[in-house]
Design a protein. Structure first.
Length: 232
C-alpha cells in the first residue's frame, strides 16, 4: 500500500460531467451545498467552440467573488465558488454565515474567449480579472490566464464538500507535499482526490497543489485508502 514519510512514503470524474458552456451542459441548476457549502453554478448554453474549454481561476477586488459568481451563473456561465459555513456572534446572537474559502478567488469554466466575455465586461464586472500564471520564455516574462486541470478542480471540489472539519485550504505553499508520492484516494470521504501524500500536523494527508494559487489538504487518510499513481 501507499506510505507517507513514516513508511517511506479511471481519473476522478471530470467536474460535474464536464458541465459548462458546451453542448452537453446540464439544465440550469445549482448543486446543493454539501458539508463545505461549495457551490457550482451550472447552466445551458450550446456553443460550438473551436478551442477547448477549461477551468480558469478568476480574482476579484474587495471580496466581491460571490457577486461575480452569481452574475456569471445568471448569464449562462459555469462557475465554482468554494464556500464554508461558520457560526458568528452578531448582536449577541449566534448566526450561521456563509464565507468564501478562498477570499477574492473563484473559478469559471469555458473557452478563454467565453471567459473573457465576463472578465472584460467593465460595465457589469469591472472588479473581475483573470488570475495569471507567470513564467519566462527565454528572456521574456510571460503571463497567461491560469488554467486549473479538471482533475485538480474535481479534487478541490471533493475536499471542499467534505464534512470533515480538519481540512486546510491555503494560498501558501506547503513544501512538505511537493516531493510526496502522487496518489489517488480510493475510499472514505475523500475518494477521488488526486494529489501528493505526506505527514502533516502529525497525520497522513493528501494535498492538491495548484501552482501559484493554493494548496488544499485533506484530513487524515489511512494508507489502505491510497493508490499509487505514476508521475505525469
Amino acid at each position: 500500500m501507499i506510505a507517507s514519510d513514516d513508511m517511506r512514503n479511471p481519473k476522478a470524474a471530470t467536474v460535474a460531467a464536464r458541465i459548462g458552456l458546451t453542448s452537453n451542459a446540464f439544465p440550469e441548476v445549482k448543486v446543493p451545498n454539501q458539508g463545505g457549502n461549495s457551490q457550482i453554478g451550472v447552466s445551458t448554453k450550446n456553443v460550438l467552440s473551436r478551442t477547448a474549454s477549461h477551468w480558469y481561476a478568476l480574482r476579484t477586488t474587495y471580496g466581491r467573488e460571490k457577486k461575480a459568481y452569481e452574475y456569471i451563473v445568471k448569464n449562462n456561465g459555469t462557475a465554482f465558488y468554494p464556500t464554508i459555513s461558520t457560526v458568528k456572534i452578531v448582536n449577541g446572537k449566534r448566526k450561521t454565515v456563509e464565507e468564501s474559502r478562498l477570499p477574492n478567488i473563484f473559478f469559471a469554466y469555458g473557452t478563454e474567449e467565453e471567459i473573457k466575455s465576463f472578465v472584460y465586461d467593465n460595465v457589469n464586472l469591472p472588479f473581475l480579472r483573470f488570475y495569471y500564471a507567470h513564467h519566462r520564455e527565454g528572456t521574456v516574462a510571460v503571463k497567461k490566464p491560469l488554467i486549473v486541470p479538471d482533475c485538480q478542480m474535481e479534487s478541490l471540489r471533493i475536499i471542499c464538500a467534505s464534512e470533515t472539519e480538519d481540512v486546510i485550504i491555503t494560498s501558501e505553499s506547503i513544501e512538505k507535499f511537493r516531493s510526496g508520492q502522487l496518489v489517488r484516494v480510493i475510499g472514505g470521504s475523500f475518494a477521488g482526490v488526486e494529489g501528493r501524500v505526506a505527514r502533516y500536523c502529525g497525520q497522513q494527508r493528501v494535498a492538491v497543489i495548484v501552482n501559484g494559487l493554493l494548496t488544499a489538504v485533506t484530513a487524515y487518510v489511512p494508507s489502505g485508502y491510497l493508490e499509487r499513481m505514476g508521475e505525469m
